[in-house]
Write a protein that binds this ligand. Structure first.
Ligand code: AMP
Ligand code: MG
Length: 360
């Protein structure tokens, strides 16, 4: 494994590796991705192997040019109303932190899509990601560059610590700006549905294409329904988004999620770590507990006098990095405050809820 810079020559070296079926981790505006040629089955198998990712969890295919969308997705088979929405979203939110689930082109290997007839496609805005995709094969399958189920990486050192020799190159492009993964939007049926909240807030999507449904049925619910002993009277629910497990994005320590009121009622315990959403709540809690500053107390949004939406932007950018730091101090438990739901708050709460589900 080599950690390389984001200069043109280094990106070209990583692109050559991808063309040869190897893997390269790279920065995007959401989190770091682990990239391999989307059309090369052995490269795809390497991605699943490196992450220890279950094969039922499909990958997102990254493109860097709208004209290559048709290499991966069969957009012509969409209903006219959905085609119109696709074109609006491409024009307004691409490149950016939005992944679209679309009918798949037969050329995309079933391994990339876990056998689904649909494919998830994203056009990232990060210039390094765009160059890597263009210099390599034009379509790069890339999940987040972390072992399956663990915290996502927002800097090159996170990838190095977590994947080490399982990746050929790591392009160091500094901190990923947004800090949470892309929003996954299913555009195959009306109404469009957000399967995973992420970097593109629901408000921004609805401002462009109108109402969208929220929520995917987690895989475990589908598996449980499928295994019920008696013949199920109800039809089996379809897994909207196979990788959306109840437990995901988890640090090693058990995490407990609280709203602001419950957080304020917690007493300080020196073995535990505390993750506040904002300085206001942290300040009040500090006063109640008579603890001033401590290496176990963290705040996601430190900006004073900023509005709620701006606070969620700052909080998302810090979320995984702070959770990585907390994990290193090995607390016996992590208490985290919920974010307000506006802006990127839905994505933050989604990640924290899944992190909390690990301990059950
Ligand atoms: P990650 O690669 O970790 O960002 O996760 C990508 C997620 O996108 C998967 O876990 C799925 O939930 C979702 N996804 C990818 N492809 C599809 C698809 N064809 N249909 C529905 N959801 C998908
Ligand atoms: Mg991931």
């Amino acid at each position: 494994m080599r950690v390389i810079t984001s200069c043109d020559e280094d990106i070209r070296a990583a692109a050559e590796a991808i063309k040869a079926g190897r893997l390269a981790a790279f920065p995007t505006e959401t989190v770091y991705g682990l990239g391999g040629d989307a059309f090369n089955v052995s490269a795809l198998a390497r991605i699943f192997e490196a992450k220890r990712r279950p094969r039922f969890d499909p990958l997102i295919v990254h493109i860097a040019d709208l004209s290559t969308l048709d290499m991966t997705a069969e957009t012509g088979s969409l209903a006219p109303s959905l085609r119109a929405k696709l074109s609006l979203l491409c024009r307004n939110l691409w490149p950016g932190p939005l992944t679209l689930v679309l009918p798949k082109q037969p050329a995309v290997p079933g391994l990339a899509t876990s056998g689904l007839p649909t494919v998830a496609v994203r056009f990232p805005s990060h210039p390094v990601a765009q160059k890597l995709i263009r210099y390599s094969t034009g379509a790069v399958a890339a999940p987040s560059a972390n072992p399956f189920g663990y915290l996502s990486p927002t800097k090159a050192s996170h990838v190095q610590e977590q994947l080490g020799e399982r990746v050929d190159f790591i392009i160091d492009g500094g901190n990923a700006g947004i800090g949470v993964e892309s929003t996954v939007l299913d555009l195959t049926e009306e109404p469009a549905r957000i399967l995973r909240p992420g970097g593109a807030p629901r408000e921004a999507i609805e401002a462009i294409i109108g109402h969208v449904e929220m929520g995917s049925l987690p895989t475990h619910a589908v598996l449980r329904a499928a295994s019920c002993a008696a013949p199920c009277a109800a039809p089996l629910p379809a897994p909207h988004s196979p990788g959306q497990l109840a437990s995901h994005y988890a640090p090693n320590a058990p995490l407990f999620l609280h709203d602001a009121g419950a957080m304020l009622n917690l007493s300080f315990c020196p073995d535990e770590a505390y993750l506040f959403f904002d300085e206001e709540t942290r300040g009040e809690w500090n006063m109640r507990n008579a603890v001033d500053a401590d290496g176990r107390i963290f705040t996601l949004a430190r900006g004073a006098n900023t509005g709620t939406v701006d606070k969620t932007l700052e909080a998302a950018a810090n979320l995984f990095d702070i959770l990585h730091i907390i994990d290193k101090i090995k607390p016996s438990a992590i208490h985290a405050q919920k974010s307000p739901d506006a802006g990127l708050g839905a994505a933050i709460n989604d990640r924290l809820t899944r992190a909390a589900a690990k301990r059950r």
